[in-house]
Design a protein around this ligand. Structure first.
Ligand code: PEP
Ligand code: MG
Length: 580
């Protein structure tokens, strides 16, 4: 038995068999072949093509059933690659002239195609590069005997062990059978962790050696609260965790009884407690956990796992459904925040040295007004069907905000001319997640109706600590005095300007930190649905004036650790069940 220590990413305890998932670039072995072996290599290649074809047809069927024919057709481009005669001939030639195994030849030939496609002037062909690369990996995995869709095809409960999981892989996962995730890399507020929380699956990230220390089918215990993974546990350890699992279930059951009660302090200060979602199918969970609406609808997932761009109609339908299902409660839709750790297929963003500080979010939207306008039209049209709000991510200064608002106004005028209905008082807000925005929020205030603090990014930029790098995760401190000073300033300046101030970063969902934020005067908390009852419990356990004095006290402390200890001590007194 060994215990691996990582970063807790999504709470809960799971005990199950390990499934090793390898999403890293495949290593292609190289060996020489004789002339007699050429037909065998050709046969292996043909078999891999047939296998790949079956897999793609299977995915198409599933997508057609689950999401409609239109989505399934995206894979037609993949099928075309499999039928390409020129590709087959080049591979045959390569086998004859180079006498190497077919994986090597295939990889070389298809990489030549990829380079040619990537450089072509023809936009359509350029956009096909991602499809070809996807098929390349799929064929290679089949040649090498690996299963590309293993995560989507699970038929028994497993703990997924991966070096890393991209948001798109996480989204494809067969949720019913994934007991937990553990990964070598990543941080507490990376998108894999956020997805795990949305799916209510326990997760530990940043274990560094998980894929090296855990063997396929080995029994593991995942403790998503303490960030520990026990490999090959003793019977006693399993029993201890089973008891703990039951204790957590009991706490959850009790917390859920708060579902219909308001998020208000003992002395009746009411705040708004909302949930964050990535996909419309999380709404039942939002409602079940008693959130009073959606404070952050991340729209990036429309753009992942596909090779075309989402249409206005498709986005409109999704936003409308969410607005209608959550009405009369509010839904804040955030315009797309691609880039950072959310890469996408159809747009082929260039690889960057510093993606989190690069071409992402509002910077991307302003540079591609064609894509931005489509999203704004869809959001505005959906605003006629519920209580929608709109916010822009990664605002770093007033010019960006003005430009985004200008485009929004142009789109509104366009809709008015067409006679298309939309809400005339759609509230527009700015995410405050860049230190420059935090420090100039008095200037930004005149352009918007609300601020929503994105601490996942604000912390990484303020402390210069990459939010997904496990090696420096110990420095990623929401309680760092620098962070607290920024938060205080944003809330006070926002209130001074007559705005309401919310938070949709993960910090708002941590009980001890929620206590602090309450005392700082935050009006709206938005967090993963599963965290909502915990935060409600904290809010309902304290008087506002007590929370205010706790906030004042911690603002005088000198280190993040001191702040954390102080908050935990108060929380322990107020809600002993929540702190072990
Ligand atoms: C944030 O940065 O806090 C946030 C909510 O946005 P995201 O996690 O999507 O970057
Ligand atoms: Mg952010």
């Amino acid at each position: 038995m060994i215990t691996l220590k990582g970063i807790p990413a999504s709470p809960g305890i799971a005990i199950g068999k390990a499934l090793l998932f390898d999403s890293e670039e495949l290593l292609v072995p190289r060996r020489s072949i004789t002339e007699d072996q050429i037909p065998y290599e050709v046969l292996r290649f043909e078999e891999a093509l047939i296998h790949t074809r079956h897999q793609i047809l299977g995915i198409q069927r599933r997508l057609a059933e689950e999401m409609g024919q239109e989505h399934a057709e995206i894979f037609n481009a993949h099928l075309l690659v499999l039928e390409d005669q020129a590709l087959r001939e080049e591979i045959l030639n390569g086998l004859k002239t180079q006498r190497l195994n077919v994986e090597v030849i295939f990889n070389e030939v298809i990489r030549r195609y990829l380079r040619a496609f990537a450089r072509t002037e023809d936009e359509y062909l350029r956009d096909r590069t991602a499809d070809i690369d996807d098929v390349r990996k799929r064929i290679l995995r089949n040649l090498l005997g690996r299963h590309p869709d293993i995560l989507a095809q699970l038929d028994e409960p497993v703990v997924v062990v991966a070096h890393d999981l991209s948001p798109s892989e996480t989204a494809l996962m067969h949720k019913r059978h994934v007991l937990a995730f553990v990964t070598d890399i990543g941080g507490r507020t990376g998108h894999t962790a956020i997805m795990a929380k949305s799916l209510a699956i326990p997760a530990v990230v940043g274990l560094e050696v998980a894929t090296k220390r855990i063997i396929k089918d080995e029994l593991v215990v995942v403790d998503g609260i303490h960030g520990e993974v026990v490999v090959d546990p003793e019977p006693d350890t399993i029993r201890r965790y089973e008891v703990e699992q039951r204790r957590i279930q009991e706490i959850d059951r009790q917390l859920l009884q708060l579902k219909d009660l308001p998020a208000e302090t003992l002395d009746r200060r009411r705040v708004l407690l909302l949930a964050n979602i990535e996909l419309p199918d999380e709404i039942p969970s939002v409602i079940a956990h008693g959130a009073e609406g959606i404070g952050l609808y991340r729209t990036e997932f429309f753009y992942l796992n596909r090779s075309d761009l989402p249409s206005e109609e498709e986005q409109f339908q999704a936003y409308k459904t969410v607005a209608e299902q959550v009405a009369p409660h509010p839904v804040t839709i955030r315009t797309v925040d691609l880039g950072g750790d959310k890469f996408l297929s159809p747009l082929e963003l260039p690889a960057e040295m510093n993606p989190f500080m690069g071409w992402r979010a509002i910077r991307f939207s302003l540079a591609r007004p064609d894509i931005f306008r489509i999203q704004l039209r869809a959001i505005l049209r959906a605003s006629a069907y519920g209580n929608l709000k709109l916010m822009f991510p990664m605002i770093s200064g007033i010019e960006e905000l003005r430009r985004a608002n200008e485009i929004l106004n142009e789109v509104k005028q366009e809709l008015t001319r067409e006679g298309t209905p939309f809400s005339q008082n759609l509230e527009v807000g700015a995410m405050i997640e860049v230190p420059s925005a935090a420090l100039t929020c008095d200037l930004l205030a005149s352009e918007v109706r609300f601020f929503s603090i994105g601490t996942n990014d604000l912390i990484q930029y303020a402390l210069a600590v990459d939010r997904v790098n496990e090696k420096i995760a110990y420095l990623y401190e929401p309680t760092h005095p620098a962070v607290l000073r920024l938060l205080k300033q944003i809330i006070e300046v926002g209130h001074g300007a007559g705005l309401w101030v919310g938070m949709c970063g993960e910090m708002a969902g941590e009980p001890a930190l929620a206590l602090l934020l309450l005392g700082m005067g935050l009006d709206q908390f938005s967090t993963s649905p599963v965290q909502v009852p915990l935060v409600k419990k904290v809010i309902r356990s304290v008087e506002y004036r007590v929370a205010q004095s706790i906030a004042q006290q911690v603002l005088t402390l000198r280190t993040g650790k001191e702040v954390e200890d102080c908050l935990l001590a108060h929380l322990r007194q107020l809600t002993p069940d929540l702190v072990e």
